[in-house]
Write a protein that binds this ligand. Structure first.
Ligand code: NAP
Length: 371
């Protein structure tokens, strides 16, 4: 059985990955070894009920005994351990949720419903690093697989609405703490139906600006607000999250850089789970809405194509509707009035599932199948 080291299994992505692997019985295909960056030596009971002694995630020697390493620990971990591990002569498969190695020539970005051919070709060529893509881009590509596979997309402008959990466990706690704080500040007035709404707004606004309002992680209030910047500042008006859109789209699709132009703004919103993206698409050839819908719907089993009307959009096309499921909802599809072959569409999906954990567990299975 394939010795598989698991790192970062306690975090947001890692815990969803463990759950999915348990549900799909992936653990029966591997021998798992649990590593920890913060609690090596402690005992961990896994979802199968087995006890494991946690191994040291900083030990190149122990990691080097693995055939496959799956890490959801984050980019700093990858940057600190990966070079030393390869330098030690390790030839195993490195499967990673972090962006650190995504754009390297010796890595594949894994999203097999979209790019299984590229994954197989890369593995045949000896590539041993399989990296999950950016969550927003991944979800948009999964939702619109049919259009991309048909080679129809000329360019896209993508405006994201990204959930707090996309930033990690600590950010979820902070958003919920902010929400609780807002709610407690207006609790008395809310109980009295005669309280003017202006009073509620004023008290909530004042709470957001109190020094005690929790914002260590986000650096700003998110509850009752938005944060229009995600990831680092590249210094040219573009955030690193926005930069990822074009480079990763083309890499995932196996196209030369810049083949499909992608740009847009990435915005953190107060959703807890699931990222949405409002996309303006320019098609190379206007095949019409019906044909587009057919391509989108029939691409694979995980698309929920939502009719473009109010009731279905409100009911099925939102983080609240899709969180916790592998369904990626695609809706609000319509031609735009600004030009021929230009369409609007909105995608929403659970960024912890198709946006992170699911491509990793599927990549693990692809590697195990070939091992
Ligand atoms: P995370 O929740 O912050 O977890 C990463 C590590 O933080 C854990 O393995 C854990 O390591 C430590 N940690 C510290 N406090 C914790 C707490 N209260 N609960 C759980 N873990 C805690 O990060 P993540 O969101 O899973 O992201 C992991 C990687 O995946 C990152 O590179 C990220 O960019 C990428 N990614 C994330 C998403 C997403 O939606 N979140 C989507 C795509 C890709 P120890 O156990 O060793 O302390």
């Amino acid at each position: 059985m394939t010795k598989t080291g698991l790192i970062g299994w306690r975090g947001m992505v890692g815990s969803v990955l463990m759950k999915r692997m348990h549900e799909e019985r992936d653990f029966r295909r591997i021998t798992p070894f649990y590593f920890s960056a913060s609690a090596s030596g402690a005992t961990h009971r896994d979802l199968e009920g087995n006890a494991h002694t946690l191994l040291d995630a900083a030990s190149v020697e122990r990691l080097g005994e693995m055939d496959i390493i799956v890490t959801c620990q984050g980019g700093d971990y990858t940057k600190s351990i990966y070079p030393a591990l390869r330098a030690s002569g390790w030839r195993g498969y490195w499967i990673d949720a972090a962006s650190a190695k995504r754009m390297d020539d010796d890595s594949l970005i894994v999203l097999d419903p979209v790019n299984r051919e590229q994954i197989d070709a890369g593995l045949d060529q000896g590539i041993r690093n399989l990296i999950g893509g950016n969550c927003s881009i991944t979800l948009s590509l999964i939702g619109l697989t049919g259009l991309f596979k048909a080679g129809l997309v000329d360019w896209m402008s993508i405006m994201t609405y990204q959930a707090a959990s996309g930033a990690g466990a600590k950010y979820v706690r902070e958003l919920l703490t902010q929400m609780a704080s807002l709610s407690s500040h207006v609790a008395t007035e809310l109980r009295d139906p005669s309280t003017p709404v202006a009073t509620l707004l004023e008290k909530a606004r004042a709470a957001q600006h109190q020094p005690s309002f929790a914002q260590k992680e986000f650096g700003a209030p998110l509850a009752g607000s938005i944060i229009p910047w995600i990831d680092s500042d590249l210094g040219n008006g573009v955030s690193r999250e926005e930069w990822k859109g074009e480079v990763e789209t083309n890499k995932i699709l196996g196209l030369p850089p810049g083949s499909i132009r992608v740009d847009g703004l990435c915005v953190r919103i107060a959703a807890l789970q699931s990222h949405s993206a409002s996309i303006t698409l320019k098609l190379k050839e206007d095949i019409g809405q019906d044909a587009m819908e057919k391509l989108i719907r029939e691409a694979h089993d995980w698309v929920d194509l939502v009719p473009n009307n109010k009731a279905d959009s409100i009911g099925r096309l939102s983080p609240a509707a899709v969180s916790g499921s592998l369904r990626v909802a695609v809706g609000r599809l319509r031609p735009m009035s600004v030009g021929e072959g230009v369409y609007s569409v909105l995608t929403t999906g659970d960024q912890l599932l198709w946006g992170a954990a699911e491509p990793l567990r599927r990549a693990l299975n692809i590697v195990v199948d070939r091992h």
